[in-house]
Design a protein around this ligand. Structure first.
Ligand code: UDP
Ligand code: MG
Length: 339
């Protein structure tokens, strides 16, 4: 049987990536369901379990038995939130798809405003954080630094305060499904695809239960992925550094040549020699390191492994992936090769 017969297309899909969110799932469903009942003709909630080791899956199994519109894709291990979002978009069948966190930091009631904007014709409706007081001062400061850097170096402009909490029209979802990169920086991808966009301001709530899953280590990694997948400026910098130091070296050579001709040979100079050798060794290692970061990312992309592995699906077909539901007229649809 064709999967679409078993699963009629919903008007609205909600994608929720979860990683050990057992205490948040029931409160989330309790708040989310009435909102969706009130603003969509039909809906489904696609939870993506990112390798949780707590009771999250059991809770969702029970929720699915009670209401089959609660669906689940469960990963074989933890692949990270960005990949979980990609899997959610692959499996969601709605005419519009909302992405939100499970910890109730993204107020479900905002979805009404998102849907209103979507009905006005916007295809990329994002929640705009008014302030980040829910985050620690340290995280706020570092985040701000990162966005400044991204704005200066990145080749894609990120709207201020926009995050993962958003609504995407099926057309935008199809565009995102074609992007199979592993080093995913979703915020950049949402901006990169374009489409008519609108921001809806909202207050980020405190996390309902548990702790943030993002350590500073993970955030640093994420920030590097974000920068490196949206700009090659860190590579280009070395061309300029190289040019500048070569010019300096030439000037120095000239200076020493003249000095030797005029004043004769001058042997001392040990300190300046050591300083310049270590300095330029440092510069070279740094540039090699940055090159290495890019090469490493090329390596992981080029291996072409699947983005994620699914261990279990509930209420979703095995063939429910992005490729199947792309419209035949969509240029992103891979066409069969004809000799
Ligand atoms: N999450 C995930 N995989 C991970 C880490 C987090 O799916 O490896 C989910 C998590 O369960 C939550 C959302 O991503 O629904 C946001 O995570 P969190 O609240 O920890 O991030 P923060 O709000 O601190 O940015
Ligand atoms: Mg959170």
């Amino acid at each position: 049987m064709h999967a679409d017969e078993a699963r009629p297309r919903a008007e609205l899909s909600v994608v929720v990536p979860i990683y050990n969110e057992a205490q948040n799932l029931r409160p989330l469903l309790e708040r989310l369901s009435p909102v969706l009942e009130s603003c969509a003709r039909s809906f489904e909630i696609v939870f993506v379990d990112d390798g949780s080791s707590d009771e999250s899956i059991d809770i969702l199994r029970k929720a699915h038995d009670l209401d089959p519109r609660v669906r689940l894709v469960s990963f074989s291990r933890n692949f990270g939130k960005e990949i979980a979002i990609a899997a959610g978009l692959d499996h969601a069948c709605g005419e519009a798809v909302v992405i939100m966190d499970a910890d109730l930091q993204h107020p479900p009631e905002m979805i009404r405003a998102f849907v209103d904007k979507w009905r006005e014709g916007y295809k990329n409706v994002y929640g705009q954080r008014i302030d980040r007081s829910a985050d620690s001062a340290m995280r706020r400061a570092l985040t701000q630094r990162f966005y400044h850097l991204f704005a200066r170096l990145g080749e894609t402009e990120l709207p201020a305060g926009a995050g993962d909490f958003r609504l995407l029209d099926a057309q935008a979802v199809n565009a995102l499904r074609t992007m199979r990169e592993r080093a995913r920086f979703s915020k950049g991808l949402y901006a990169w695809i374009g489409f008519s966009s609108a921001g809806v301001p909202f207050d980020v709530a405190e996390r309902h239960a548990g702790q943030s899953k993002f350590s500073y280590r993970k955030l640093t990694h994420f920030a590097l992925d974000g920068l490196m997948s949206f700009t090659t400026a860190p590579l280009r910098i070395w061309t300029y550094v190289g040019l500048a130091t070569s010019a300096l070296a030439l000037a120095l050579a000239f200076f020493f040549l003249l000095r030797t001709l005029i004043l004769g040979v001058d042997v001392p100079g040990y300190a300046s020699l050591i300083v310049s050798i270590t300095f330029f060794a440092g510069v070279q290692l740094l540039s090699l390191g940055i090159l290495g970061e890019y090469v490493g990312r090329i390596f992981s992309e080029v291996k072409g492994r699947p983005l994620y592995l699914v261990a279990e699906r509930l209420g979703l077909d095995e063939h429910d992936d992005g490729a199947r539901r792309r419209a035949p007229s969509d240029p992103a649809t891979p066409r069969p090769y004809v000799a």
